[in-house]
Design a protein around this ligand. Sequence first.
Ligand code: ZN
Ligand code: ZN
Length: 422
Amino acid sequence: MDTNEARASDPVLRRLDDLLPDLTALYKDIHSHPELSMQEMRTASLAADRLRAAGYDVTTGVGKTGVVGLLRNGDGPTVMLRADMDALPIQEATGLDYASTATATDREGRTVPVSHMCGHDMHVTWLAGATKLLAETRSSWHGTLMAVFQPAEETGEGALGMIRDGLFDRFPKPDVILGQHVMVGPSGTVAGRAGAITSAADSLQIRLFGRGAHGSMPQASIDPVVMAAATVLRLQTIVSRELAAAEAAVVTVGVLQAGTKENVIPDEAIIKLNVRTFDAGVRARVLAAIERIVNAEAAASGAPRPPEITALDSYPLNVNDRDASKRVVDAFRAHFGAERVRETGPAPASEDFGSFGSEWRVPSVFWFVGGTDPDTYAKAKAANRLNELPVNHSPKFAPVLEPTLPMGVETLVVATRAWLSA
Ligand code: ZN
Ligand code: ZN
């Protein structure tokens, strides 16, 4: 059965086609009015208005701009659906007629371009569509639907911000938490897996202390440039020499800064690095190895004091519950047909969605909805050029609206009904 047939014969989803013009307008509106993390006032109010109009009890300002909508519809399970709302400080280069030209003031007071280059505008639209359809057809299911529009995914603060603002005390504990992300992949398909779906991410800043001197008198210095260079090289041995072949991690040094002039040995050097892992034990070992190497390299140089290691942002490992994933994937296969449901490996991307399930001790499932034109994807695949397709955070990331937009509404409704059935 193709997607349109599956939709037409479904009592909830057959209303989706009528909803599409409105959802497309909502998507383009949010796309051309993107907001930075923790500044999502306009997007949050659009989401809240839609929930209220559909009959949900709405709470705003949860974790600053977060919105929670509750639809209590008799006895039955509680399902939480989550969409993130924030955009990125990137100049959009998609050339679309609804492309963003917006700017905003970031936390450092700089004026920056803003655009939805991670597709969170699609996530908001999907959740607005699914919550409306499920509300309109509430005679066909029982239970409680909890819609969560979350701020600041891109800075890793939003989920924890909502949790610290009492999410777990103020709202009913769900039986399952569901979320989805638009990604490179043929539009009209959905991809998932049981177990780790996105990586844990940890960013660290390391300040290495030396002793500055004239460049002509190295004997008077403790050179932090050499200390930093040795540290960066030695850090490469964590993944290559300390992990087993079947274990996976990424350690990337993205910032290496020291000095201002060629004949001056500086006092200190800064390294900033990012770690991606898919297993809690591997994560702990990699972080411990970084600390050990950084301290040992400083000691080897005779540093006047130990390095200062500061945690920057951190994202949890996002693990799909095995039973809940199977329930979602079985529902997808039954609805879309097996050929539209792909198995994916764990993505080295990170997501704070995992915090809701791990902190609340509720099973959660996260999956990817393809956003690439299927012909473009097939051609790139045949030419072994999939890596050249614009990915999330690229200034050219532009999901095709048809069928990505209806597909994501459909996946949310199908997965939700795997719990909230009659
Ligand atoms: Zn992103
Ligand atoms: Zn994202």
